[in-house]
Structure formats: C-alpha cells, structure tokens
Design a protein around this ligand. Structure first.
Ligand SMILES: [Zn+2]
Length: 439
C-alpha cells in the first residue's frame, strides 16, 4: 500500500512573479490525509482555498491559472509539477501576490522547499488512478496517449519549426530521484521572437534571463548556457507533470506526448478526470445485496403495488431514485405456478412474464407518488423487446428501469432484466395510470 504524503513542517520562499512582475511569496503547510492541494491567497483570507483540480482551471495562456469566485492564482504549473514528481498528496499552499515566485524558471526552488521541510508519510493509502485502457487526445499535430502501466512514466517528443530548437525525445519513469535529477532543474525556454510578443502582450512582466532560456537561432541566451542535453524536452515533461497533477489523484500510467503544450495537456487531464470519476461511481448493486437507502422491502412493496399472488413478480426494491431510476429483485423459484405448465419437464420462465416483472418494477416510479394512490398502471406500449437469455428456476432477476420521459399520467422507461451480469431481457415500456374503478 502506498501511503499519502505531506510535508514535515511549514516552509516559505519569496521572489518575483513572472506573469505580474510582482514581489510574491509562497508557503507550503502540511495538510491532513484526503485534503488534497489547495491554494490560499493571502490577499483574500476570507475566501476558501482553491483546490488544485482541473475544474478550477480558468486560463492556460502561457501558464496554468487556477481560480474560484473571482480569486486567481497564476503560473502554478511548476509548483504542481514538483508535487506530482515527488508524490505529495496533501498540502496547503499560501501565495501572496497572485502567483508563486518564478525562481530560476525551473522547479528546483520548490523541490528545495519540500526537501527542507521533509516529506511525511501519512496513515492513509493513496487513491491512485490507473487507467485500464488507452486514453488519448489527438489534435492539430499534437498527440497525447495514456497507456495502462503500473508506474508513472513519460515519453515526450518536441519538434518545433524554430531554428535552434531541434527535435528532442526523452522517455523516463517518474520517481522522486529521476524527477529531482533529470526534470526539476530544466528551465522555461522561449524563442527570441516570441519574447517580444510576450512583452507587448504583458504576459511576462517579471520575465528575464534570470528565469528563462531564450533561444535565438544557434545562440542560447541564458545566464549559464544549457543545464542539460535536451533541456527543452525535459521542461516540457515538467509542465506536463504539473498539468497532470490537476487530475486530483496520483496517476499510474505511461503518458506518451508528441508536441503537446498546456492546452492539450489540460484537455487530456479533463478526460482522465472524467474517466476516473466514472470508475469511482458505485457499481450497480447486485441482486443479492441488501436494500439501498430509498429501497423497499416486501411489506412496503405490498403497500404500494396493487398486484398479488400469483401475479406479484417483485420481491423487493433495492434501489429507488424518484423520477429517475428503480431497481427491483425477483427470486424465481421452482414453486412459481407457471413452471407447472411452462414447460413440463423443461421449466423456463415465460418471456412475457419477465416483461411483466420489468413493468411492475417500472410502475413504481409512478405509484410511489402520493397523488397516484389508488391508481393502477396499464401498459400503453412495449417496444424493442429483446429476449437474450432464458430464466430458470433458482435464478435471481435484477430488474432495472430508467426513466426516459415522465409526464403526469404516463411514463416511458428503458427496462432491463439481468441474471447475474448477463442481460436476460430488455424493452422500452410506456405505462399509464388509470383509476381503479374506471372500466
Ligand atoms: Zn514551464
């Protein structure tokens, strides 16, 4: 079991923000298991901290901006990359001055902060997301593919039509060690002609050769030349890690990126988040499981349903979401009266009775409404009925009905009968309520 991580003590750093040029500071504070990573803006102490999840991304021009209720924090990608690289799950990040200090344009300053605070293992397992199938984003010559794997690794290819920035490829597993040694020290880079545009558009008011590598053809403008062979692709991996952190849980997969930037990284992260959420949704209840809140035992079913022996074909309602969905269970035993004649020596449940059982469950959607007391449901139509598998004595039918359209006296539902995981029958049913004494 991998344990969640925070840091051992509070740690701060200050400097200049690259986006605003403001004097800024950042403080990391330990946070309890399950807290996640949140940004508290010092200037807005009464606003709730902004959670570092994809839903709070408000801008991706030149860096990742998070925001909520009008409060924003700019250029968080390098901080998040460090938390991704070092596997920090829980942290309160206080920022003064709209954005973290840019430092030298790499992630090293934040790595040093974490190292000086120390990492602390917490008494809770990491909630990792491990995709079971490939997930990809492919657009305008950019490709991002997430392949199932046990550990996080990144393979990145950059290819610019910029003199001085050659095609670079790097593939490596992301561990504390590889991140600190191979990725964190790589710095932001920018072609010379773009610098001019960025200055004009006011996007890098704190930018300088102290915090970026500027490439002008064969000339590298930087305080110390290049730190690595392939420094540029390393920095693209750094940015990608920061964007992937916004998934909101650790990722275990092999991510292959070709020419991607913040825009497509964020698209991919959104897609991953959606998949992770789907997987986290509770699995459908099995027929053998108990009754969920909102469900009904037989005594309650009898109070609502007008049917009785030998025609009551529901034993309990295990799930019930008003106006939306209902799931019932019918235990099919050899003592059902229809088995005596259907067929002697070869008992199978009549298909029309499976449909009747589905309809009885479906009818609960309308019968449970107070204004419908005393009414009975009639079939109006049955469409697209498919019998997939026969039902035998001893089988347990799980009868699911999903509302397609609900009106005052009619309801259209998609219904499915399962035995175990297999579909036995499906149909679209329309029922209508009539007064018991009308003929
Ligand atoms: Zn960057």
């Amino acid at each position: 079991m991998e344990q969640q991580r925070t840091i051992g003590r509070e740690v701060s750093r200050s400097g200049i923000g690259v986006h605003t040029g403001n004097r800024t500071s950042i403080t990391f504070k330990p946070a309890p298991p399950g807290y996640g990573v949140r940004f508290q803006m010092k200037e807005f102490p009464r606003e709730a901290p902004i959670e570092a999840v994809i839903e709070n991304v408000v801008d991706i021009l030149r860096g990742t901006t998070l925001g909520k209720n009008g409060v924003k924090v700019h250029t968080v990608e390098h901080v998040l990359a460090v938390l991704m690289g070092l596997g920090i799950d829980n942290l309160l990040v206080e920022v003064a001055g709209n954005e973290p200090p840019v430092g030298d344009g790499s992630a090293l300053p934040f790595v040093e902060m974490i190292q000086s605070a120390g990492m602390e293992l917490q008494d809770a397992p990491k909630n990792v997301f491990k995709p079971k199938e490939p997930i990809y984003v492919s657009e305008d010559g950019v490709d991002l593919v997430v392949l199932p794997a046990d550990e996080l690794s990144i393979s990145f290819t950059i290819s610019y039509s910029e003199p001085g920035i050659d095609t670079q490829f790097l593939s490596l597993p992301i561990t504390d060690e590889t991140f600190i040694k191979e990725i964190a020290p790589s710095r932001t880079f920018c072609p010379y002609h773009e610098v001019q545009e960025l200055i004009v558009s006011g996007l890098i008011q704190g930018g300088s050769l102290d915090n970026a590598v500027v490439v002008n053809g064969d000339v590298i403008l930087s305080k110390e030349g290049l730190r690595f062979e392939k420094e540029f692709v390393r920095h693209k991996i750094l940015d990608l890690l920061g964007d992937l952190f916004l998934l909101g849980q650790p990722l275990r997969a092999h991510v292959v990126a070709i020419k991607s930037g913040h825009g497509s990284n964020i698209k991919l992260t959104r897609l991953l988040r959606k998949k992770a959420m789907q997987e986290r949704a509770p699995a459908p209840r099995k027929a053998t499981e108990g009754i969920a809140p909102g469900g009904m035992d037989i005594m309650r079913v009898l109070k609502i349903m007008p049917h009785r022996y030998p025609f009551l074909l529901v034993d309990k309602i295990i799930e019930f979401v008003p106006d939306k969905r209902v799931v019932g269970v019918k235990n099919v035993t050899i003592n059902e009266p229809f088995f005596a004649g259907h067929f002697p020596g070869h008992p199978i449940m009549p298909g029309v009775l499976i449909v009747e059982a589905m309809a009885q469950v479906a009818g609960m959607i309308m019968l449970t409404k107070g204004e419908n007391t005393g009414k009975v449901p009639y079939f109006m139509s049955i469409n697209n009925v498919k019998f997939r598998k026969p039902v035998f004595p001893g089988d347990t039918l799980r009868l699911e009905a999903k509302v397609i359209r609900l009106r005052t006296t009619t309801c259209l539902l998609k219904t499915t009968a399962y035995v175990g995981e297999s579909v036995s029958c499906e149909a679209e049913l329309m029922c209508s309520l009539v007064d018991q004494d009308s003929r």
